[in-house]
Design a protein around this ligand. Structure first.
Ligand code: RUB
Length: 306
């Protein structure tokens, strides 16, 4: 396999959602850049930089919403080497560091988030988020008796992956269709979801359906928390950049559209939850109100206004 084929293969897997979820996309991209850096036959530092730039670009274009992807790529590509050997070493170091930080963050988020869960609680989660599942599994492992209601998360049914994971952990679980969220909300003590993006003002971008769950939780006075590594926060939003919401193919929603001549199927993959509906964001550096997102971006992502 040519070195670039490995990058193309990872990119194809991310695009087709064989690799999915903001955290998993980010670590897969970091690992792909690391492996590519060791495999390319660059003759000079310029060659190396150019090839790395191409690979980073390909990975960056796979899915447009999750900021974890661009943050991970930026962290891996932040090398300022004088020669080829040190450039390679820096990429490997950066990528491994990112992957390690990301694993540790999940563990820490679990510890921090699980403190919000009381014994006997009923939780609701949407889609399939490793960060949200870390909160849930840590609470379970600490001996709290919990029940989880999981949505299907149409159209890609990531909820089925979630119930599989919960089942393997031995957690009592109920599966509902997405539109049943309001019906069960009065039984729920806490909603916990993951994040694809958190903006400078604490707005959450996550799997389509999250916003109406947040709205239902707000109306039912049910707590709504987000579990997210700090690399899910978006530095670009400080400059007012809008988050691109991925629109996926119609075929994911309706198999045969051809028999309808006046119908267009819309398939936005993510939606936007305003910060007013979020009680807390559990990150690896602590549980913060959404209004503190700006500080996280300034302090954790080392990003300065230019
Ligand atoms: C996945 C999704 C998840 C977040 C967080 O969307 O919306 O809630 O990515 O996941 P998709 P994690 O399936 O379209 O990628 O906590 O695992 O990063």
């Amino acid at each position: 396999m040519k070195p670039m084929d490995q990058v193309l293969d990872t990119s194809a897997k991310i695009r087709s959602m064989e690799i999915r979820g903001a955290g998993r996309i980010a670590t897969a991209a970091a690992a792909s850049l690391r492996d590519f850096s060791g495999a390319i036959q660059a003759q000079s530092l310029d060659d190396f930089n150019r090839e790395m730039g191409k690979a980073a670009d390909i990975l960056l274009k796979t899915r447009p919403t999750a900021v974890s992807l661009s943050n991970a790529i930026r962290m891996v590509m932040k090398y300022n080497a004088q020669d080829l050997l040190s450039a390679r070493q820096a990429v490997v170091l950066n990528a491994n560091r990112f992957i390690e930080i990301s694993e540790k963050a999940l563990e820490r988020i679990g510890q921090i988030g699980s403190r919000r869960i009381r014994d006997g609680a009923t939780l609701l989660t949407h889609c399939n988020s490793l960060a949200a599942l870390s909160v849930i599994s840590t609470a379970h492992k600490s001996g709290k008796k919990i029940k989880v209601i999981a949505t299907e998360s149409r159209p890609r049914y990531q909820g089925i992956t979630t119930i599989g994971m919960l089942d393997r952990m031995g957690i009592e679980t109920e599966l509902i269709v997405d539109s049943a969220a309001r019906s069960v909300m009065n039984e729920v003590d806490l909603v916990v979801v993951g994040a694809d993006v958190i903006t400078a003002n604490g707005t959450l971008v996550n799997k389509i359906g999250t916003a109406q769950i947040a709205l239902a939780a707000h109306e039912a006075r049910t707590s709504f928390i987000v579990a997210a590594e700090t690399y899910k926060f978006s530095p670009q939003t400080i400059l007012g950049e809008l988050v691109t919401i991925e629109e996926r193919e119609a075929g994911e929603v309706l198999a045969d559209i051809s028999k309808y001549s006046h119908v267009r199927v819309r398939n936005p993959a993510f939606d936007v939850t305003p910060h007013q509906y979020i009680d807390l964001i559990c990150t690896e550096v602590g549980a913060i109100p959404p209004e503190m997102s700006y500080q996280i971006i300034r302090e954790r992502l080392g990003w300065e206004m230019e």
